[in-house]
Design a protein around this ligand. Structure first.
Ligand code: PEP
Ligand code: MN
Length: 272
C-alpha cells in the first residue's frame, strides 16, 4: 500500500457506527435495492414495495446519472427526488441517491437519507468536502481505477469536514478483463476491515454487469466481511432506461435474498 498519510487507523474498538432512520450501520446488514435510475413515480413506488417485501432495508434510485456518453439518458432530475420521497413514505424505506454537483447537495439533502458519491466522482474533492459539510450520511463508491489508499484518502476529505457518517462501497475496478463490466475486488472488503474503521458494502451489479454472477458475488462479499450489499432491481429489467443488462427483476431479487440470508446466518454462526 502506498505510504499515504491516513488518520483512520485500524482500531477495532472504534468502528464507526451511526443510524439511518432505524438502521444501525455497522451492526444491521444493509440491503440496498432499486433501479439504476428513477424513471417515473409508479416505477419507483412499485419497486420499493417489491424489494421491501423480500427484505431490502434501503431504496436506491438515481435522478442525476453520470453517463459516459453525453447522449445517453441523464436521469429525470429533481422531480425524481419527490418520487423517491413518496416511495419512502409509502414503504418506510430510507433513500439513497447520487449527487453529482456541489450546487445540488443542499436540495438532495432535503430528500435523501444518504448521499451517494459515484465512482466517477471519487476524487472530486470539492464535492467530497461539500457532502462532508452537509453532515448527511454518505456512500462513497470506489473510483474505477483507484487504489485502496486513494479511496481511503477520498474518505478523509469527507471525514475532515466533521462527517463520520460514511460507508464505503466496492463496485469493481478496471482490469484487462472484459467478460465482466469491472473486476470485483473482494479482497478490498477484507483489507478495509483490517485497516479502517469504516463500514463497507459491495455492489455486485456494477462490478459484474452480469445478472448470473450477482448471487455468487453477493455470497463471496458476505464471507469477506461486507456490512451490506447494493443491487440494481427493476420492475421490468429489459425496459430499464439505464444499465438494463445488469438489472434483475423483483422476483429474482427475492430468490437471491433467500440465499443471501442463509449465507449471512452461516457467517454469523462461524463468528460465534
Ligand atoms: C450507480 O450506482 O448507478 C452508478 C452510476 O454507480 P458507479 O458510480 O459505481 O458506476
Ligand atoms: Mn447503474
Amino acid at each position: 500500500m502506498e505510504n499515504l498519510k491516513l488518520s483512520i487507523k485500524n482500531n477495532k474498538k472504534d468502528i464507526i457506527k451511526f443510524k439511518i432512520k432505524n438502521l444501525e450501520i455497522s451492526k444491521d446488514f444493509l440491503m440496498i435495492a432499486g433501479p439504476c435510475s428513477v424513471e417515473d413515480e409508479e416505477q419507483i413506488i412499485q419497486t420499493a414495495i417489491g424489494v421491501k417485501k423480500f427484505g431490502a432495508n434501503m431504496l436506491r434510485g438515481g435522478v442525476f446519472k453520470p453517463r459516459t456518453s453525453p447522449y445517453s439518458f441523464q436521469g429525470i432530475g429533481k422531480k425524481g427526488l419527490i418520487f423517491l420521497k413518496n416511495a419512502s413514505i409509502e414503504t418506510g424505506l430510507p433513500i439513497l441517491t447520487e449527487v453529482l454537483d456541489t450546487r445540488d447537495v443542499e436540495t438532495v439533502c432535503e430528500y435523501a437519507d444518504i448521499l451517494q458519491i459515484g465512482s466517477r466522482n471519487m476524487q472530486n474533492f470539492s464535492l467530497l468536502q461539500e457532502v462532508g459539510r452537509s453532515k448527511k450520511p454518505v456512500l462513497l463508491k470506489r473510483g474505477r481505477s483507484a487504489t485502496i489508499a486513494e479511496w481511503l484518502c477520498a474518505a478523509e476529505y469527507i471525514m475532515n469536514e466533521g462527517n463520520l457518517n460514511l460507508i464505503l462501497c466496492e463496485r469493481g475496478i478496471r482490469t484487462p478483463e472484459t467478460y465482466t463490466r469491472n473486476t470485483l475486488d473482494v479482497s478490498a472488503i477484507s483489507a478495509i476491515k483490517n485497516i479502517s474503521r469504516l463500514p463497507i458494502i459491495a455492489d455486485p451489479s456494477h462490478a459484474t454487469g452480469r445478472p448470473e454472477l450477482i448471487l455468487p458475488m453477493c455470497e463471496s462479499c458476505i464471507m469477506a466481511g461486507a456490512d451490506g450489499l447494493m443491487l440494481e432491481v427493476h420492475i421490468s429489467p429489459k425496459n430499464s432506461l439505464c444499465d438494463a443488462k445488469q438489472a434483475i427483476s423483483v422476483s429474482k431479487f427475492g430468490k437471491i435474498m433467500q440465499k443471501i440470508n442463509q449465507v449471512y446466518n452461516f457467517k454469523k454462526q462461524l463468528e460465534e
